[in-house]
Ligand binder design. Structure first.
Ligand code: 2BA
Ligand code: 2BA
Length: 107
């Protein structure tokens, strides 16, 4: 079994959860915050049998779209040297971690 931790954009989370639930993947949704943009995103914790891992990854890839976001960096350093020009970053599709599960029990 694997534990998939998938960081996805809030905009994609609803449809992705619906699809995964339809396909009978067990999952837990966590509200999270990106360290860089400091805005909300969604982390899904999905325990999955090895045989269904590729199917799961294909669904995540299909449903999570990369998007451009414009951010204005916060000041760092002397205030008179700060030029607040906006920067474009490409966020997502999804950032996915896949971990081996030693034991999975429901008690
Ligand atoms: P349980 O299987 O006891 O799961 C309780 C909660 O544990 C789940 O809440 C979910 O947050 C987490 N969980 C379970 N399996 C997981 C996994 N493989 N990976 C990550 N987290 C997992 P809910 O998703 O709200 O589900 C509540 C109960 O509804 C479940 O109890 C199960 O009896 C049933 N259920 C869940 N998904 C279903 C589905 N697709 N079709 C029918 N029944 C479902
Ligand atoms: P954030 O940390 O809010 O990052 C949003 C996007 O900003 C990133 O998209 C990336 O394109 C850009 N970015 C992040 N750190 C940067 C930096 N130091 N300098 C310039 N640009 C930077 P993604 O890479 O697609 O990441 C989306 C979200 O996935 C992240 O939100 C974070 O919550 C999570 N994530 C990404 N890499 C991670 C990692 N190694 N460990 C844990 N979480 C990660």
């Amino acid at each position: 079994m694997k534990l998939v931790m998938a960081v996805v954009q809030d905009n994609d989370a609803g449809r992705l959860i619906e699809k995964l639930s339809q396909k009978k993947f067990g999952l837990t949704k966590l509200a999270s915050t990106g360290g860089f943009l400091k805005s909300g995103n969604t982390t899904l914790m999905i325990g999955v049998e090895d045989e269904r891992l590729e199917e799961l990854l294909a669904i995540i890839e299909k449903m999570c779209k990369p998007r451009k976001k414009i951010v204005t960096p916060l000041p760092a350093g002397p205030a008179d040297a700060y030029v607040p020009y906006p920067v474009e970053v490409l966020v997502g599709g999804a950032t996915v971690f896949i971990l081996d599960v030693e034991r999975f029990v429901k008690v």
